[in-house]
Design a protein around this ligand. Structure first.
Ligand SMILES: NC(=O)C1=CN([C@@H]2O[C@H](COP(=O)(O)OP(=O)(O)OC[C@H]3O[C@@H](n4cnc5c(N)ncnc54)[C@H](O)[C@@H]3O)[C@@H](O)[C@H]2O)[C@H](O)CC1
Ligand SMILES: [K+]
Length: 545
């Protein structure tokens, strides 16, 4: 799925208005009604099916179209009978957008209608019983012009943030900034409409010192904004839900973008089906150069993941101390041992005949001893076959930058953020780090998989794929070794490095999710990701699970 910029979505908005055709105020109505559906019927919504709940819905609306969305949401919910709604318009300037202004009038009419209904039923009640019956529905409109107008916020309130959306063009200041701090400080659940107020859709500089809503949920229109895919911004977006508002699909499909979010369908299309007449020679021969004393677990995990991802043959090059461990843990793999006992010192004769391998993975549990560093150098120099480089392989490279010349083109590097920083340096914010990652992929002609809650894959052509599969249960020792095994296996089977990166990260995240669902995030360990690979494959091939 393509990720579009806020500017491209604005253009899609204009195109839809002109070509559907639909008036902008009707498009706003449609967008808000989709939000209302989510609010009333989604299992994640704090309102879920609660038409007359004892909580109060407090909607904070700005003066632009995001504010307009908030006003329509209030009116539609009131028309559906939701009981307690208070709307607050933030007067941060002296000008409303036309659709926002029109929706204030429409909301006022509904308030008047409800008031009339209330008076009528009270009159009837007074005549019959001499006592007014309190009406069930409360809908009110208030204006915030300074800090003294801030309402009290209870922990049980549900707050809708419709202050600013994609039209934000400078950091929020003055009492609006104070209001955001005040809302963030409350214990209420916050739902942001389109984008948390204060967050820019792409580049966010100086984020620690800015006023930005910290939402529990963000209902975003049509697709993820780029900023939502940076882990550092999760604190603002909370869980992101895509709300489709009917923007022109063809127009959006034609927009140029080098940014993609991986979906199940993308992966399904890339996965090959194994021919019925296949033999093990059809699925490649992988070599893993891994392990050292005390870190043979990393070697075993990468080897098991490699086999479970479907490689035909696997040879594992380990130090002598790893022989029995490897043969016992995974009899399906062939093992060649190094001359040295505790760490790898030289890629030995059986392994030096690199021609017979269809992919190489290196780095898991390797260590950085002098001889190992030399062996890594020799390995880089002895092949031009793209390889998977992880963990200590990356650290060694970071300490020997001149060796970049020997890194085979289109190799896959799998750093976590610290390893990334060691290799490529620091960037001031996630957007700039992403730009740095793209630039480095192009310059070094490698695929970089920056691991995180959302994994960011950049290609030598300058494309980016984001993978959102996975969960915090995977933040445990060995998860990265499993990914290396999966990637090496896919490369060995003849998937292109780009396909291997996309399928590999998606599979890894999906089996991690399946493991967490069954075992809990706390109890799952890296080996469980391997156990659930079969389920992840089945879900991709046959839609199971
Ligand atoms: N794009 C769509 O598909 C649809 C979007 N909708 C909603 O509209 C907003 C974008 O609305 P817009 O009026 O352009 O911008 P905002 O409401 O975010 O901001 C209003 C206005 O405020 C000014 N401004 C910007 N930054 C500041 C600031 N820091 N301080 C003071 N004033 C500021 C600026 O002039 C802005 O224009 C989108 O997010 C959706 O929620 C439609 O409703 C449906 C279709
Ligand atoms: K908002």
């Amino acid at each position: 799925m393509k990720i579009l910029t806020a500017e491209q979505i604005r253009q899609a908005d204009q195109y839809t208005i002109q070509n559907e055709p639909i008036s902008s105020i009707d498009l706003m109505e449609r967008a808000a009604s989709q939000c209302v559906d989510w609010l009333l019927y989604d299992e994640d919504s704090p309102l879920g099916y609660c038409f007359s709940f004892d909580k109060t819905l407090k909607i904070f609306s700005g003066m632009g179209n995001n504010g307009g969305d908030g006003l329509v949401i209030a009116r539609l919910l009131a028309e559906k009978g939701l009981s307690n709604i208070q709307v607050f318009i933030i007067n941060y300037s002296d000008k409303y957008s036309p659709d926002c202004e029109e929706n204030i009038k429409r909301l006022e009419k509904v308030i008047q209608k409800l008031e009339k209904k209330k008076n009528k039923s009270n009159k009837k009640a007074t005549l019959a019983t001499r006592e007014p019956i309190p009406t069930q529905q409360h809908l009110s409109l208030h204006y915030i012009k300074s800090v003294s107008d801030f309402p009290e916020i209870q922990a049980s309130d549900v707050v809708i943030d419709a202050i600013f959306g994609s039209g934000l063009n400078k950091p929020i200041k003055d009492f609006t900034a104070q209001l955001i701090a005040y809302l963030n400080h409350s214990k209420a659940q916050i739902i942001a409409i389109d984008i948390p107020s204060g967050l820019f859709a792409e580049n966010n500089e100086d984020i620690e010192h800015r006023a930005i809503i910290k939402a529990n949920h963000t209902l975003t229109f049509e697709g993820y904004k780029l900023a939502f895919l940076y882990d550092q911004n999760y604190v603002f977006t909370g869980k992101v839900h895509i709300v489709h508002i009917g923007l022109d699909k063809n127009f959006m499909g034609q927009q140029a973008s080098d940014l993609f979010l991986l979906t199940k369908q993308d992966i399904y299309k890339k996965l090959k089906v194994r021919p019925k007449t296949a033999h093990k020679g059809n699925f490649g021969h992988a070599l893993l150069v891994v392990g050292s004393e005390g870190k043979m677990g990393a070697a075993v995990l990468s080897a098991k993941a490699c086999m479970r991802t479907g490689v035909g043959l696997l040879t594992v090059h380990v130090p002598k101390c790893g022989y029995n461990i490897m043969q016992t843990a995974i009899p399906e793999a062939m093992v060649v041992v190094d001359k040295k006992k505790k760490s790898i010192s030289k890629i030995c004769r059986e392994s030096t005949d690199l021609e017979k391998y269809t992919a190489i993975g290196v780095g898991c549990g390797l260590g950085k001893g002098e001889k190992t560093v030399q062996a890594f150098h020799d390995l880089l120099k002895s092949t031009s076959m793209p390889m998977v480089i992880d963990a200590d392989g990356l650290n060694i490279l970071a300490e020997n930058l001149s060796w970049w010349d020997f890194v085979p083109k289109h190799s896959i590097l799998t750093p976590h953020p610290k390893e990334f920083e060691r290799l490529f340096g620091r960037a001031n914010n996630p957007y700039l780090r992403h730009q740095l990652q793209i630039a480095m992929s192009i310059q070094r002609q490698v695929f970089i998989i920056l691991k995180g809650a959302t994994t960011c894959i950049t290609t030598p052509e300058g494309k980016t794929y984001f993978n959102t599969q996975g969960n915090a249960g995977m933040a445990t020792g060995g998860s990265g070794d499993v990914l290396t095994g999966i990637l090496t296996s896919l490369l060995a089977q003849g998937y292109t490095p780009e396909e291997a990166c996309c399928i590999g990260t998606y599979l890894h995240g999906t089996s991690g999710n399946m493991a967490a669902k069954r075992l809990s995030q706390e109890a799952m360990i890296a080996g469980d990701i391997i156990k659930y690979l079969s389920k992840a494959f089945r879900s991709l091939h046959y839609g199971e699970g």
